[in-house]
Design a protein around this ligand. Structure first.
Ligand code: GCV
Length: 699
């Protein structure tokens, strides 16, 4: 790529689930033919060809009769004539794969070149499974039209909440020596782009290979040089990166700082209703599209955690979002406005509704429903707090009935063990996506039902990669990235199918039994972690200094407004309507009723909704405190089992991955024991109630 300070990717970067030798072996006897007459050549079809020839090293012919794998685009006429069904708001990106029993060519078809690319990778990854005796005919379309990654990468090369080394986009080449990166040396010059094109191409391939179609390159907290990414010469660099992503079918977005007109051009105000401010953004957007015609648009975090926003000018969030939407609309761009807005200056003494952080997103946005522009999207975190181990669905998903909404997840393991502790969060994500929202629609499905434009809904997640050789710090955390893509595509994909497919692709040298062992380790990891950390949905008992390890009182008297309220009698947050913050009443009547009563509240969010005495009788007959003690001992003991499982795979796994994972599991074991002991002791000191099984709890 012209102008980029070329640097060769570390030769030793792990190949994750696309192991070149496996893929090349799988295709070495194949001859491919790509026919895109129905849609025409574009950057994606050219990329598809180069993937076949340059990446796989396979042969490509123009005559389909000589091919063993035919990839072709379809016209509407073809689709109707063949009786094929491509369904949903993203039907265009779907694929149809035909695998014959023998003799005939494999056929991969789609209405679009992007769909062909997705079908190509799906086939390479073994989806659908080729049956030996039966012809396979499968059509598959993504459930969510927008399937996005949010990078929290910063211009200085660091990654906010990143646990896998420095940014793959920004920073000084060669400065990443280890994943335990702490500080980045100041750069004298302004070119903050790493320029590691090989690494970017590889990353983009991974994204496309799991069906992703959008990425925001920089952190939502837009600081330093990142504020200038929308201007030349930095924009030229962004264009170069966008060029790579677009060729793999991904749209590129940038996070922007709401106060940019003041910071960059000295405007006296950034009031979104001021014509000069609007004009500034209009011109800025026009310029961006001159450089990047396929640009996706902006992601904006405003009025939250110290970021500037429309409230400072007495304006609403729709005033802010619609200003950007208006500037982007002529170019087909969109603005993604984050609903993670809360006042981080609460007083712990205040126990009223206004200090309940769980209410914040709802309070700030519910009455703006119907007022967002049709090219604006509200991005809502799945839970009302902040990616805790267990939360109920954010009630905003019920309130927004005439708004484009994206559900936000966090792949990077901020509260889930920093990619040190094993934690494959797919079960939790699916639980959130499957939350009943209305007759015939769970949360995932309801998104398109209530959108102003059904194609402008979807999922976004904070990415978990960095310059670490394994991409994700912990090689097993690659599964979380892989799983996210498959989850976006099929919101109810069976968890164990994903983990097994990942294990098979990633550890091809393991035998079947051990691939199942690895998949099993992943499948139970999210539950294990939830057992030994903050109990039953209470949240935020995590260490405030970085969010790893226990810190039961770290937030209790802080300004961030999240509390467990443990005392000598009980624990939990009263969010009932009768005696608490009233939060339970933000749900539709049947669910509000369910959460109002601790007897009908599901265990995993029991302490999220209720402050209960330690003697509270759980559904299984145990007391609340005994259940907490048991979970903590059980969770920590299960980590020992996970270590045993990993050891059982040892002889079949290369040394580097074996040792890296082992080191992290040992650290997890220490972490789990620390959590167990701190939480149990913390509650024992308050309650004075001993463990029924006489296990040692320090006093
Ligand atoms: C990017 C949490 C994280 C912050 C993050 C914020 C957000 O508060 O701890 O690091 O900021 O969420 O989602 O904006």
């Amino acid at each position: 790529v012209e102008g980029i300070d070329m640097a060769i990717a570390g030769e030793d970067a792990d190949e994750m689930w696309l192991r070149h030798s496996v893929m090349a072996d799988r295709t070495k006897h194949q001859t491919f033919c790509v026919n895109v007459d129905a849609t025409g050549e574009d950057a994606v079809s050219l990329r598809l060809r180069s993937e076949i020839v340059q990446w796989l090293g396979a042969s490509l012919v123009s005559d389909p009769s000589r091919a063993t794998v035919i990839l072709r685009t379809l016209t509407d006429h073809d689709i109707a004539g063949r009786g094929l069904t491509f369904d949903g708001a993203a039907a265009n990106e779907g694929w149809h794969i035909h695998i014959p029993t023998s003799g005939q060519p494999v056929i991969i078809e789609s209405p679009s070149t992007r769909g062909l690319l997705y079908g190509f990778y799906a086939w390479l990854e073994g989806t659908p499974n080729a049956a030996e005796e039966k012809t396979v005919d499968v059509t598959s379309c993504p459930d969510q039209p927008i399937r996005m990654l949010d990078q929290w990468d910063q211009a200085n090369g660091s990654v906010e909440r990143g646990y896998a080394g420095e940014s793959i986009f920004f920073g000084r080449w060669g400065s990443n020596v280890h994943s335990e990166f702490v500080s980045f040396p100041q750069r004298g010059e302004y070119d903050v782009f790493r320029g590691d094109v090989d690494r970017l191409v590889a990353y983009t391939r991974y994204c496309a290979s799991i069906g992703l179609n959008a990425i925001c390159l920089n952190n939502v907290n837009v600081r330093g040089y990142a504020i200038r990414f929308i201007q030349d010469p930095w924009l030229t660099r962004i264009a170069q990166i966008a060029h790579i992503f677009e060729s793999f079918g991904l749209k590129v977005f940038l996070s922007v700082n709401f106060a940019a007109p003041r910071i960059l051009s000295g405007l006296s105000t950034v009031d979104p209703c001021d014509p000069a401010v609007q004009q500034w953004w209009n011109e800025m957007v026009d310029h961006i599209y001159e450089r990047i015609p396929g640009f996706g648009g902006f992601v904006v975090k405003a009025d939250s955690e110290g970021e500037p926003g429309p409230y400072q000018y007495g304006r609403t969030h729709t005033d802010g979002a619609n200003m950007f939407a208006h500037a982007l609309a002529p170019h087909g761009g969109i603005v993604i406005w984050r609903a993670f807005v809360y006042n981080s200056h609460t007083d712990w003494r205040d126990r009223t509704a206004q200090a309940d952080r769980a209410r914040a997103a709802w309070e700030n946005f519910h009455d703006l429903d119907g007022q967002f522009a049709s090219n604006a999207i509200l991005q809502v975190k799945f839970g009302p707090i902040d990616f805790q181990t267990s939360e109920p669905l954010n009630p905003l998903f019920f309130a927004m009935k005439h708004t484009n909404v994206i559900m936000e997840f966090e792949i990077t393991a901020e509260y889930l063990g920093h990619q040190i502790d094993l934690n494959f969060p797919l079960p939790q994500w699916e639980h959130m996506a499957s939350w009943p929202v209305e007759e015939g629609a769970d949360a995932a499905r309801a998104l398109s039902r209530h959108a102003l434009n059904p194609r402008l809904t979807g999922f976004a997640a904070v990415a978990n990669v960095g310059m670490d050789w394994s991409w994700t710090g912990n090689p097993l955390a690659q599964a979380n990235f892989f799983g996210y893509g498959l989850f976006c595509w099929n919101n109810h994909v069976p968890v164990s199918r994903v983990s097994l497919q990942w294990a098979q692709l990633t550890f091809p040298d393991c035998d079947d039994e051990h691939q199942h062992t690895i998949a099993h380790m992943l499948d139970q990891s999210n539950e294990i972690y939830a057992q030994y950390t903050a109990p039953l949905g209470v949240g935020f008992m995590v260490n405030r200094d970085g969010h790893y390890g226990p810190g039961p009182d770290d937030y209790e008297f802080s300004r961030w407004g999240t509390y467990h309220f443990a005392d000598r009698d009980g624990i939990g947050v009263d969010r009932t309507q009768k005696t608490g913050t009233g939060y339970a009443g933000l749900y539709p009547e049947d669910q509000a009723r369910q959460f109002e009563d601790p007897a009908t509240t599901p265990d995993d969010v029991l302490l999220f909704f209720h402050h209960l005495p330690y003697s509270w009788q759980m559904k299984d007959g145990r007391t609340l405190l005994q259940r907490i003690y048991d979970d903590h001992f059980d969770g920590a003991a299960r980590v020992d089992d996970v270590i045993r499982d990993w050891k059982s795979c040892a002889s079949q796994i290369d040394e580097r991955r074996r040792e890296e994972v082992s080191r992290r599991l040992t650290a997890q074991q220490a972490d789990a024991r620390e959590w167990r002991d701190e939480i149990c002791t913390f509650l024992y000191r308050f309650s004075g109630i001993a463990d029924e099984h006489g296990r040692k709890i320090s006093d």
